[in-house]
Design a protein around this ligand. Structure first.
Ligand SMILES: C[S@@+](CC[C@H](N)C(=O)[O-])C[C@H]1O[C@@H](n2cnc3c(N)ncnc32)[C@H](O)[C@@H]1O
Length: 269
């Protein structure tokens, strides 16, 4: 109920949405817990024939969150590409892309200065860097990025059209926008209209809600333990909602398909 109220309020007042998310992400970036590098709900393949993604031992704890990045970012061969991630959070996804998918350069941008400071000290990876910047006014020159990646961040933005205009501007003429996020079910048509109105061609799209629900279910215990170990007092309930653990309204909303999680491969031309 509370979550739906927040979603409704932020639909009516986009500036409030931006402000509230910025406060929240600045706050949680203050938790300098090295083992916490991701803030997405994860992805688990459902087809039993799917080959298990090979990960180094050090990445196994983050398997579900990494699998979401893999599902999104491996749609295009990133080897030798200049890649930008908008909304890079605690940096685990940008680090995964830089270490496993061989881009020429990987830049993560986030509007939380504290998150960027955390990423710079946590992820010391060649060709990876992090900068402070707003999705609605990206601090990059026109046509400088081959690929833009965006994972579970766009629902926070004040203006989706402003963000899409920025992605379109920074992409090279044959660039790709690899995008995933959730929306209330009745907002999916609007989202797809916004993508096309911004000039993108939808090359691929999937409804991955069932994959996300499976990941949330399987990753529940790890998240509960992180919260138990690092968050105290009344905030732990807020974190449980945010993390989408078992019995949270977020997880139930995905199970009931009140929220739908989508993945898109978009081409600039
Ligand atoms: C749910 S987290 C996802 C982080 C990361 N993509 C991941 O999957 O772990 C959303 C991120 O988007 C960032 N964000 C929200 N609004 C933003 C904006 N207007 N500009 C840049 N970053 C933004 C937040 O600071 C946060 O780090």
């Amino acid at each position: 109920m509370l979550l739906r109220l927040i979603v409704k309020t932020s639909e009516l007042f986009p500036a409030f949405r931006r402000w509230a998310w910025k406060r929240w992400y600045q706050h949680i970036a203050g938790y300098t817990v090295d083992s916490w590098s991701f803030m997405n709900y994860g992805y688990e393949p459902l087809a039993s024939a799917t080959e298990r993604l090979e990960l180094q031992e050090v990445d196994e704890d983050d398997r579900f969150c990494i699998q979401l990045y893999h599902e999104v970012a491996s749609a295009v061969d990133l080897a030798g590409m200049n890649v930008l991630e908008v909304g890079s959070g605690r940096g685990g996804g940008a680090s995964y892309v830089a270490r496993y998918l061989a881009p020429a350069a990987m830049t993560g941008v986030d509007f939380s200065a504290k998150a960027v400071a955390f990423c710079r000290s946590r992820h010391n990876v060649p060709r990876l860097n992090f900068v402070v910047g707003d999705a609605e006014s990206l601090p990059f020159e026109d046509e400088t990025m081959d690929v833009v990646v965006n994972v579970e961040s766009s629902h926070c933005y004040g203006s989706m059209p402003a963000f899409l205009q920025q992605v379109h501007r920074v992409l090279t003429a044959d660039g790709h926008f690899l995008f995933t996020d959730f929306r209330a079910a009745e907002e999916i048509a609007l989202l797809e209209d916004q993508l096309q109105s911004a000039g993108f061609i939808i090359a691929e799209q999937d409804n991955i809600t069932a994959n996300v629900v499976e990941a949330m279910t399987l990753d529940n215990e790890r998240k509960q333990e992180l919260i138990r170990n690092h968050i105290s007092g009344w905030l732990s309930k807020t974190f449980q909602q945010f993390a989408g653990v078992e019995d949270s309204e977020v997880l139930q909303s995905f199970r009931d398909r009140v929220f739908v999680y989508k993945r898109y491969v978009l081409r600039k031309s």
